[in-house]
Design a protein around this ligand. Structure first.
Ligand code: ATR
Length: 472
């Protein structure tokens, strides 16, 4: 179930939000503490307007309002454990048909021992539902909440469990899939009632949390830092849906790759790897495909027979994108950058017998990569450019600094220009190239190609490229 919190600051606003939220939510949570000067009469008016089941919550812990909600036959009330055990028992004994959620919050951390003690304490009060929400300081904290949900399910206890904050985002998706009663989704962006909340629409239509609940889906995800603006979540979840696969793809915001892999190895079936982990990932895998090893970077991980195997699909994704526009053999290429993406593209171009020069801000890095590939290298200071194809793999021009480009517009003549950046689609470099009459290759081509190759490695299935391109 998806629960949409109503966070308007006055009664009329709340009525409006309730109407809008009822279209997407399975249940609403009316946050009385958000509404200025709310009276018992207001509460009556609000409850008379409800079209979906409703939870009445008041973080200001005004028991008179919560008791009134029982009198008015609200479906659920939420009682914070801080109300005190004696008062909670008294309310539970007089709750009539209203169901009671007893909740615990820790806005600073997620602690396994503390959560276990709190769970036992709330259980003794015999509420209808136990709710535990704690702040996540690391993606690994989510595993504590997943274990709690499994424990509650084994004991036939209804539970809502989640981690707050950006690093807890996966719990807002996976906890309900693992059997929690509900997850909270905001009415729209900017309407979050707690840090890390995702919109209800995305929970329902992209992550399919209701459809996949208790289905034990295969868990895939993007590992990186940052991960927020990646289009992978849309592409892969929509592809899984189209292929009728019970899989899910989430964003793992990771600080320490080694401990993430150790902790999540048992849970995940496949991973995409992005900045800054593409090179480091090689060290923690059981096996690395020869191309990824030669490239020196992994962007795809597949779990087979319990072993993690690394691949590089950036390489084939980029080469396909280039070959859609020009032949590589015997042509002259310049690559700007010497990071993970540059390594993949440079390797691919050399494999296809293209002539290559690698230019990078840090010349030592360009030199290292160029030596391995037996090609030329240099710095970024360009006074002329006589090539068939220019490839940008640096982050210059990427959102939000969209007005930047490493190359003077005057130099962009009679060549194909490929920018690996896909946000924005039309970078300054590509705009300049296009207005000088050059052919351009958009980063989204490479991104979609590499994603389709990932899907093939994970599932053995192919999906129509135009369908995926239409999603991003
Ligand atoms: P990716 O995996 O996307 O390739 P990366 O490995 O972090 O990411 O590589 C980023 C590339 O962008 C590097 O070539 C980097 O140059 P340095 O090796 O000198 O760091 C380049 N880059 C990043 N910021 C840059 C800037 N402000 N000017 C020029 N190049 C920059």
């Amino acid at each position: 179930m998806i629960c949409v919190p109503i966070t308007a600051s006055d009664v009329n606003g709340a009525i409006k939000e309730m109407k809008e939220a009822s279209k997407i939510a399975d249940i609403l949570e009316l946050r009385l503490d958000f509404i200025r000067n709310i009276s018992e009469n207001d509460l009556g008016r609000l409850l008379s307007k409800k079209k979906k089941k409703i939870i009445i919550t008041d973080r200001k812990k005004r028991l008179s309002l919560l008791k009134k909600a029982i009198e008015l036959k609200a479906d659920f009330i939420d009682l914070d454990i801080l109300v005190g055990e004696k008062k909670i028992r008294e309310i539970i004994n007089n709750k009539n048909k209203t169901k009671v959620i007893v909740s615990y919050h820790n806005f600073k951390k997620t602690d396994r021992r503390e959560i276990s003690l709190v769970f036992e304490k709330i259980k003794k009060l015999k509420p209808d539902v136990i709710k535990i929400a704690t702040f996540s300081n690391s993606v690994i904290d989510n595993l504590i909440i997943f274990d709690l949900i499994k424990k509650a399910k084994k004991q036939n206890k209804k539970i809502i469990g989640l981690c707050m904050g950006e690093k807890g985002e996966i719990s807002r998706i996976l906890s309900v899939i693992y059997g929690a009663e509900l997850t909270f989704g905001s009415l729209r962006e900017g309407k979050e009632s707690a840090p890390g909340q995702i919109t209800a629409k995305i929970l329902k239509n992209v992550y399919r949390v209701n459809k996949l609940r208790n289905e034990n889906p295969g868990v895939y995800g993007l590992v990186g830092n940052p991960v927020k603006h990646s289009k992978g979540v849309i592409i892969h979840n929509k592809a899984f849906e189209k292929l009728k696969l019970k899989n899910i793809y989430v964003n793992f915001l990771v600080d320490d790759l080694k401990s993430f892999i150790k902790a999540f190895k048992g849970i995940i079936k496949g991973l995409s790897i992005t900045i800054p982990f593409k090179r480091e990932a090689i060290s923690y895998l059981d096996k690395v495909d020869p191309i990824a090893r030669r490239v020196g970077a992994v962007n795809t991980v597949v779990k087979k027979g319990g072993k993690l195997i690394g691949y590089n699909t950036d390489c084939v994704g980029a080469i396909q994108a280039i070959e859609d526009k020009i032949k590589i053999k015997g042509q002259d290429f310049v690559i700007l950058g010497a990071g993970g993406a540059a390594r993949a593209i440079a390797y691919g171009i050399k494999q296809k017998d293209g002539n290559l020069i690698i230019l990078n801000r840090t010349i030592k890095k360009a030199e290292k990569l160029a030596k391995g590939l037996k090609c030329a290298f240099g710095g970024l200071e360009l006074s002329y450019l006589n090539v068939d194809c220019l490839v940008n793999t640096t982050s210059i021009g990427m959102f939000p600094k969209v007005n930047e480009s490493l190359v003077n517009k005057k130099l962009l003549k009679n060549m194909v220009v490929f920018d690996a950046i896909y946000n924005p689609g039309m970078t300054k470099l590509l705009k300049d190239a296009k207005s000088n009459g050059c052919k351009v290759i958009f980063g989204i081509e490479m991104f979609v190609n590499q994603a389709l190759e990932q899907l093939k490695l994970w599932t053995g299935k192919k999906i129509n490229k135009n369908y995926i391109k239409g999603l991003v």
